[in-house]
Design a protein around this ligand. Structure first.
Ligand SMILES: Cc1cc2nc3c(=O)[nH]c(=O)nc-3n(C[C@H](O)[C@H](O)[C@H](O)COP(=O)(O)O)c2cc1C
Length: 195
């Protein structure tokens, strides 16, 4: 028997990212795990739910640009740190070695295996939080995390998965089955039964 937990958000784990922007002339970063994929295709839009009290949104709004880096498990301490302290009273600009991509105000972290640059598309007001929707401009990935076909190999990225329920970072498990493949045999069987 199932227990009704009330409106408990069970959409975890989510991907732990580090969102960066230039605030008052300095790069600033925060951990963001409330991330979303708005569509599939080009242009590609991504969403980030960020509390209005945080420091980083100021830079996102000022410049209309931000970065989204995917830390590997080796960066768990730094990732947690940028999620613990605020740029309002702590300078986080020296924490990472940075590089610049196509946008001038999207500070990218060299130590993260994958980094994306976004141009702010729109801001959706959710009371305590603003949801920043960014149009993806460019994605930079370490050669070492790419498969032979050029795709990003998650097993090599080793992303940090965030769970609010346990308040823990989790790691990715083994692959289970191919998408749009695992259900094919069942589809054929059910279709044959219906004929
Ligand atoms: C793992 C993790 C995930 C987080 N996810 C979010 C999030 O999705 N949205 C948010 O507003 N804050 C989130 N936070 C909290 C902010 O990262 C944190 O308050 C940060 O210090 C704000 O920094 P800033 O004021 O310099 O922007 C998260 C923190 C951690 C540790």
């Amino acid at each position: 028997m199932k227990r009704n937990l009330g409106p408990v958000n069970a959409l975890y784990p989510s991907l732990t990212t580090i969102v960066g922007a230039v605030v008052n002339g300095k790069p600033n970063f925060l951990a963001v795990a409330h991330v979303g994929i708005m569509n599939h295709g080009q242009p590609q839009f991504l969403s980030f739910g960020i509390n209005k009290k945080h420091h980083t949104p100021k830079g996102i709004i000022e410049h209309g640009e931000f970065s989204v880096c995917i830390p590997g498990e080796n960066l768990v301490v730094e990732t947690d740190y940028v999620g613990l302290v605020s740029g309002k009273n702590t300078d986080k600009s020296q924490l990472f070695e940075l590089f610049q991509g196509e946008l001038a105000h999207a500070p990218l972290i060299k130590g993260c295996p994958v980094c994306m640059e976004c141009r702010l598309s729109r801001v959706v007001d959710f009371g305590t939080h603003d949801v920043f929707i960014g149009e993806l401009v460019a994605t930079h990935a370490d050669e070492g995390v790419l498969r032979a076909d050029g795709g990003i190999d998650l097993a090599r990225v080793r992303p940090l998965l965030f769970d609010m329920s346990s308040m823990k970072y989790w790691s990715l498990g083994a692959e289970v089955a191919p998408c749009w493949g695992a259900g094919k045999e069942l589809k054929q069987r059910l279709r044959a039964g219906a004929e």
